[in-house]
Design a protein around this ligand. Structure first.
Ligand code: AMP
Length: 207
């Protein structure tokens, strides 16, 4: 199985859920730029303060900020599951200068389904567990199964921001797909199935 993996796909396609599981099975770090950026914002670091206004609008944080945040982790790693990066061609090229990606897995999902899923997404602010009120609800009404904290909605999962994020994704990802297609490392998985079904497809894509 390959060990240097990037997950591509629209917000809400289930990349995070699958990335956690695959990284655990392969024994490599799961590097999610969105999670790292949210932690920087929470800790009110200089980087976090610069990133926040972009994130609130659903826009991409400038490449140099994101790359500075993950470069060190990538240089050291013999493997990784990168989730949420690269988001545009320039990030894919910058990444290529740091390390060689062995497989790029595209999670495909229709626009309608993306909007539906993101509107139903909830997050535990305490332990980070992700739920979906439609597909993966908690046992008790909006309470985390693991740590019993009240779930919250990400501020960028509001309808007007969701539309903006999907527009940006659709525009920016096309050249990234061509980039990885040209390197013969691109594989596509249908993100519509259950968590189990999608995981099987992901495993096949990285074998
Ligand atoms: P995510 O959790 O992956 O949906 O990311 C949440 C937000 O963080 C995005 O809407 C962007 O504002 C920012 N972000 C995450 N990853 C990147 C990236 N690779 N490049 C630029 N901005 C990013």
């Amino acid at each position: 199985m390959v060990r240097k993996i990037v997950f591509l796909g629209p917000p809400g396609a289930g990349k995070g859920t699958q990335a956690v599981r695959l990284a655990q099975e392969l024994g490599v770090p799961h590097i999610a730029t969105g999670d790292l950026l949210r932690a920087e914002v929470q800790n009110q670091t200089e980087l976090g303060m610069r990133a926040k206004s972009y994130m609130d609008r659903g826009e991409l944080v400038p490449d140099e900020l994101v790359v500075a945040m993950i470069r060190g982790r990538l240089e050291k790693a013999s493997g990784f599951v990168l989730d949420g990066f690269p988001r545009n061609l320039s990030q894919a090229q910058l990444l290529n200068g740091v390390t060689r990606v062995e497989r790029a897995v595209l999670f495909s999902l229709s626009r309608e389904e993306i909007v539906k899923r993101l509107s139903a997404r909830r997050l535990c602010p305490q332990c980070g567990q992700i739920y979906n009120l439609l597909a993966r609800p908690p046992k008790h009404d909006e309470i985390c199964d693991a740590c019993h904290t009240r779930l919250m909605q990400r501020s960028d999962d509001r309808p007007e921001v969701i539309e903006n994020r999907v527009d940006i994704y659709t525009r920016e990802i096309q050249p990234v797909l061509e980039f990885y297609q040209n390197q013969s490392v691109l594989r596509e998985v249908d993100a519509r199935g259950s968590v189990e079904e999608v995981y099987r497809a992901v495993k096949a894509a990285v074998s």
